[in-house]
Design a protein around this ligand. Structure first.
Ligand SMILES: *Cc1c(COP(=O)(O)O)cnc(C)c1O
Length: 464
């Protein structure tokens, strides 16, 4: 009776304090409270990348364990997208949770100018261990977009610091996605996400990304040659006006898991070097073994001048960005002149708790058992995704490392397919309205993989 009365109070008053009071009063949420929470979500929260007028009740996730997420009704979902590509070792990983807890008890944050701390130093050491000796200067920030902003601003100021004031544009790729802030949008304008903002963006020249499809696979080498030729022609005339080039190495994520050949990226970096163009590889999605190697650039023989990291950096626990800069670029900032200083920083730069999570995630990543899971996962995807070819509306089946994707030739089916998969406990989310993909955490079990694949196959068959 007492409980029931409190629920009524909460419903009627719309007061947050009353609601908290009920949560303390009764750990299991009542129907009333669930409705109330749902209503706040609907009326007061603006969700990302969401068509607001098509609002459907969001699934309220209350816990996670490994590759599994659990909603408030107790339904389980296998997280096949690593919660936007960041989770590596599973949800609520105990070791990372412990590392965060003990760091928080010791030092939660400290100003990163004039002060430093061991979690950031260790993380720098861990990551640079995988870089050539020339890529050795790390700038910390908060997320993927900020790591790209830092890369772009460093590249721009590098030329100014050397007295070269002509350079006013970047080179990027059609379909490339580097984040949602203004600088990042300026080099992602052809990704389909940012068209509206075109008048507000800085200058950028776009070239095609030679991603492989069923149709072009036979002449992909010619397509690559043509793009490199066009770029060579452009640079021969305009290289003095170019700040730098940015690319997602091997896989363009947001525009639909579009895969190109590593050879192309290698030749591209080589071409840029011959024209003295700064190259930036955005490894925000592909880093940390998504491609089967620690970094996508590990598939290459050339290295870029700047690398951007985020997403998997903390194992998916906390936001953190890292921009790794070559020593020759840093040298242009090494001066006692304030005008040559990189006057940039975010409040939470190098946050110790994020760094502690990243260090623990790194430690787990380096274990043999994790490497074995990564190999198993990439083999599973490679061997099984091709079997989806029996479904008439499935095309362009592709995979690289731990990422598998395919396109649906009947886009009108995609929302219904995703809804069915969700009802059957698979968390998948389409890209660009036609691409479905998997990028699960490495800890996903063989049983979960088999179950996911049979649910996926059965569901697709229902729509034939
Ligand atoms: C997600 C992503 C970004 C942006 O990262 P945020 O943390 O979302 O700002 C940039 N580049 C690539 C390749 C990404 O996948």
């Amino acid at each position: 009776m007492y409980c029931f009365a409190l629920h009524i109070v909460a419903l009627v008053s719309n007061g947050y304090d009353n609601m908290k009071c009920i949560i303390h009063d009764n750990a299991t949420l009542s129907w009333w409270l669930i409705k109330k929470m749902q209503n706040i979500d609907k009326m007061n929260i603006w969700h990302p990348f969401t068509v607001q007028k098509q609002y459907q009740d969001n699934v309220n996730i209350v816990s996670g364990d490994g590759a599994i997420l659990v909603d408030q009704d107790g339904h389980e979902y296998i997280d096949l997208v690593s919660s936007w590509w960041c989770n590596l070792h599973g949800h609520s990983n105990k070791e990372i949770a412990e590392a965060i807890y003990s760091q928080a008890q010791n030092l939660e944050h400290v100003i990163f100018a004039g002060y430093t701390h061991n979690p950031a130093i260790s993380l720098t050491d861990n990551i640079l261990h995988h870089m050539p000796t020339t890529l050795n200067r790390v700038f910390f920030s908060d997320n993927g977009s900020t790591s790209v902003e830092v890369a772009m601003k460093v590249a721009f100021q590098y030329h100014r610091n050397l007295g070269d004031n002509r350079r006013d544009r970047f080179i990027a790729f059609n379909g490339g996605y580097h984040g949602d802030t203004f600088g990042a949008m300026s080099v992602s304008a052809q990704s389909g996400y940012h068209n509206l903002f075109a008048p507000m963006l800085c200058k950028c020249e776009y070239f095609d990304y030679p991603y492989i499809t069923d149709k072009n696979v036979g002449n992909i080498a010619e397509i690559e040659n043509e793009i490199l030729h066009q770029l060579d022609v452009y640079l021969s005339k305009n290289s003095n006006y170019v700040v730098g080039l940015i690319i997602e190495p091997i896989i363009q994520g947001a525009s639909g898991m579009r895969i190109c050949r590593p050879e192309f990226i290698d030749r591209l970096l080589h071409l840029c070097r011959s024209h003295n163009i700064i190259t930036i590889c955005d490894e925000i999605m592909v880093g940390f073994y998504r491609t089967g190697q620690m970094f996508a650039v590990d598939h290459l023989s050339e290295y870029p001048d700047i690398i951007c990291l985020s997403k998997g950096l903390t194992g998916g626990f906390l936001p953190l960005g890292m921009t790794i800069v070559s020593d020759y670029i840093y040298a242009a900032f090494y001066s006692s002149d304030i005008n040559k200083t990189f006057l940039h920083g975010h409040t939470y730069t190098g946050n110790p708790i994020s760094c502690a999570a990243a260090n623990k995630s790194y430690e787990i990543l380096m274990r043999d058992i994790t490497k074995e899971s990564i190999i198993h996962l990439s083999n599973f995807i490679k061997d099984n995704f091709v079997l989806l070819g029996i479904i008439p509306f499935v095309t362009n089946i592709r995979s690289f490392g731990c990422i598998g994707a395919f396109d649906i030739t009947k886009p009108e089916l995609v929302n219904d397919i995703i809804a069915k998969l969700k009802a059957k406990g698979l968390l998948m989310r389409p890209l660009c309205g036609t691409t479905l993909y998997w990028m699960p955490p490495y800890c996903i079990t063989n049983e979960q993989l088999n179950q996911s694949f049979s649910v996926l196959t059965d569901t697709l068959k229902m729509f034939v």
